[in-house]
Design a protein around this ligand. Structure first.
Ligand code: ADP
Length: 473
């Protein structure tokens, strides 16, 4: 834990395990309410001087952190793979993505503009200032455990906020490594504080109860997000939430089903399906169904499941055995309700992987709304395919979910693309595109998927208050 510029060096710890092997990767200090309160005090004391720095100074530090992160990409990626399980190739991509947020917000720091407005009175002038909200309480997840840190730290620091961050209990080590880099880059004591904890609840409670925390930023499950939003409402704290998803992936009759299946195989099994923008319902026009399923099955049955440290691995483990059980339960339920299992459908039988949390990449056809997988977020390596006949019906079906994060559409028609883009009620729509994300683009959802945007021009707005000055002259 890093509190007020000091690394904690005494007290109880909790162990961190490699999901591919079950081996212990390391330990983290086990913080609670007292450490969180101390971290909030440190952040609160550091706020006047950090917010009083020029944006150019803050940008310079973020640029330096970006350079250090890129320089240490390999080392960070190795740690990320051991702690979280994703294949090394993906860990390198995620680490670069994490660094990208530092660079993007280093640049955005210098673009926090105000406004001079016309007044209806000749003797009046209006000026609009944008000022940092103050101390931020952040909570991050384990599925993208380095990029979700910088997606919050980057804009908070650029805006002039100070921050306390609690990483997920499964992945504190990559957070420690990231905070060391920021400290080395020159972030002053108290500006960034890290509280690691095996029990997140007291940390979240302290963020809500301590009046000095003016903003909460959270990425995680919808249930916890709603609990935090209710608490934030009590004290009128700013809040931004990146929550669950249930993405539709629509293959239109005018799409190339082979190209769509290639995209489906790549995006569905990325991070072993543990992404909030992972497709959860694949709607395929009946005329494209057979070629799509054949190509998808060919590709998925060739995926190599294994330890992410092995460069040949395409799909790593799930985060833990509870995650495997949840996926197995959804698959069993779907098959019981009439789904057709085209491949996978069980834990990995490879003897070398018995101590890890592995589940075979799976394809289910004939999925229908009576199945859990149709409405519950899967967060695992299962492609659920549904045939459809009519454009209007599929748009209604795709939108018929409590979530609203990402959607994907495959079509070769510009007008179909535009129609779906406008009609789908999601924060992000990929058109023939399986990776509609970048540091420069606003990421976020609507409905039960949350509120606020991260990255893009919008990302820094979440950390700024707008102040109006009226001047009589
Ligand atoms: P998941 O099911 O993906 O693990 P969670 O919402 O449980 O999603 O976890 C996301 C983050 O939220 C993690 O950092 C976790 O420790 C934290 N978290 C979980 N429960 C609470 C809580 N009651 N208060 C604050 N943070 C929490």
């Amino acid at each position: 834990m890093l509190i007020g510029g000091h690394w904690h060096d005494d007290g109880p710890k909790f162990a961190v395990f490699n999901p591919a092997t079950g081996d212990r990767v390391g330990d983290a200090f086990d913080g609670g309410a007292a450490e969180t309160a101390a971290a909030i005090s440190a952040a609160s004391s550091a706020f006047p001087s950090w917010s009083g720095q020029t944006a150019f100074k803050r940008a310079e530090i973020l640029h330096q952190a970006y350079r250090l992160m890129v320089e240490r990409k390999e080392e960070l990626a190795q740690l990320l793979t051991q702690e979280q399980g994703k294949p090394l190739r993906a860990a390198r991509v995620e680490t670069q993505y994490a660094a990208d947020f530092l660079l993007w917000f280093a640049e955005q720091a210098k673009r926090v503009y105000g406004d001079i407005l016309p007044s209806p009175r000749v003797d009046q002038r209006f000026m609009v200032l944008r000022q940092p909200v103050g101390v931020v309480g952040a909570i991050t997840p384990w599925n993208y455990p380095i990029s979700m840190l910088t997606r919050k730290l980057g804009p908070a620091l650029a805006a002039g906020c100070t921050i306390v961050l609690k990483p997920a209990e499964a992945t504190p080590l990559i957070a420690i490594a990231t905070f060391r880099i920021l400290q080395e880059a020159g972030v002053p004591d108290g500006v960034i504080n890290l509280v690691t904890a095996s029990d997140p609840a007291p940390v979240g409670k302290m963020y809500l109860e301590d009046k000095r925390v003016r903003k909460i930023t959270f990425t995680g499950s919808t249930a916890v997000g709603k609990m935090l939003a209710r608490g934030a409402g009590e004290h009128m704290k700013r809040i931004s939430l990146e929550l669950g998803g249930h993405a539709p992936f629509i293959v239109c009759k005018d799409a190339d089903p082979i190209y769509a299946a290639k995209g489906a195989a790549a995006v569905k099994f990325l991070n072993t399906g543990q992404a909030c923008i992972s497709p959860n319902r694949m709607y395929v026009h009946r005329s494209a169904l057979q070629p799509f399923l054949t190509e998808l099955t060919n590709r998925v049955s060739r995926l190599t499941v294994g330890n992410g440290l092995d460069e040949k691995t395409g799909v790593g483990p799930l985060i833990n055995n509870a995650a495997v059980d949840k996926v197995a339960n959804q698959v069993r339920d779907a098959v019981d309700h009439g789904a057709e299992l085209l491949c996978g459908g069980e834990r990995s039988s490879n003897a070398e992987l018995v101590n890890g949390s592995f589940y075979e990449p799976t394809i289910l056809a004939n999925v229908n709304p009576d199945m859990l997988i149709y409405t519950e977020e899967t967060f695992g390596p299962v492609a659920a395919v549904i045939a459809y006949d009519d454009d209007d019906d599929v748009i209604a079906m795709a939108n018929d979910t409590a979530y609203g994060l990402a959607a994907y559409v495959y079509t070769n028609s510009l007008s179909t693309a535009m129609r779906y883009f406008e009609a789908l009620r999601f924060g992000i729509v990929g058109i023939n595109d399986i990776n509609p994300t970048a540091a420069a683009a606003p990421f976020g959802g609507i409905k039960d998927s949350g509120m606020g945007r991260e990255g893009g021009r919008e990302g820094i707005d979440e950390y700024l208050d707008t102040k109006l000055g009226g001047f009589s002259i």
